[in-house]
Design a protein around this ligand. Structure first.
Ligand SMILES: *Cc1c(COP(=O)(O)O)cnc(C)c1O
Length: 255
């Protein structure tokens, strides 16, 4: 425990440099793909790090923060708001799959929720948002790799499986129609074990799926693609990511 406390200040000193390095890599990847770097949101993933780390990151210029556990998001957001107030310009992103009994916490504390992996979660978020009068931007998580450990709507065969396409269309339509939720796109996580060409193809298929869904359901707009983490964010940007969720490259390993 003493070690952890001693290490945090050292790590905080490195945040500005590491952040600039990540920004430079994002810019390079975007320009290399003929994209505007400003069209990409860097979500700084602060899970497991204390509120002081968020404050140091804020001072370095970061404004978008990602947390995967709703209870941690709630506590950290409250601690940060004690210092910075409620108009700090921070956007809090819920990026993990909550248990359904934790969805109220997510609905109350996330501004953007990336990880709708089943309709039950979407319905609960919607019910809570209507109760509290909040409005939540949301993305639907898709599993394009078919990896069983990955959450999300099954999209492993979407281009050839009518059953999967029907299920995906129905999900997008329902989430689009739910009050209190503003559906803005798709989220995916690449498998840990895949090779670079495989990962690239999975990102590309996610983008194609988003375009196809939009074509089928013209009332929906799905401009956002949340994909890419420390290990693969440059590939994700080349394949169209609008949100990259990066933790370790900015803050170091999570111990
Ligand atoms: C932890 C996490 C990240 C960030 O991972 P890094 O490898 O630290 O960049 C991104 N997305 C989700 C859903 C996560 O849980």
């Amino acid at each position: 425990m003493m070690d952890t406390i001693a290490i945090i200040p050292t790590m905080q000193n490195q945040i500005p440099t590491r952040y600039q390095e990540v920004l430079t890599r994002i810019e390079k990847a975007a320009l290399g793909a003929g994209r505007d770097p400003a069209s990409i949101t860097l979500v700084a993933v602060t899970k497991t790090w204390p509120a002081e780390v968020v404050l140091a990151a804020y001072e370095s210029g970061m404004r978008d923060f990602g947390e995967n556990r709703p209870e941690e998001l709630e506590a950290k957001r409250a601690q940060v708001e004690v210092v910075l107030g409620r108009d700090s310009g921070i956007v809090w992103h819920g990026i993990g799959n909550p248990q359904s009994r934790k969805t109220n916490l997510a609905a109350d504390n996330a501004d953007v929720f990336h990880a709708i992996d089943r309709l039950r979660i979407a319905r609960r978020l919607s019910a809570r948002a209507q109760q509290t009068g909040r409005s939540l931007q949301v993305m639907i998580e898709v599993n394009v790799s078919g990896e069983r450990s990955k959450a999300g709507f099954d999209a492993s065969n979407w281009s050839v499986s009518p059953t999967q396409r029907q299920a995906l269309l129905a999900a997008v339509q329902e989430v689009h129609d739910l009050s209190g939720l503003d559906l803005v796109g798709l989220m995916m996580m690449a498998p840990w074990e895949a090779s670079e060409p495989e990962i690239r193809q999975l990102f590309a298929r996610t983008r194609e799926l988003g375009l196809w869904l939009q074509e089928q359901l013209p009332a929906t707009r799905l401009p956002c693609l949340s994909m890419g983490m420390t290990n693969d964010f440059e590939i994700a940007i080349a394949e169209g990511a609008t949100h990259v969720r990066v933790g370790r490259a900015i803050f170091g390993s999570r111990g």
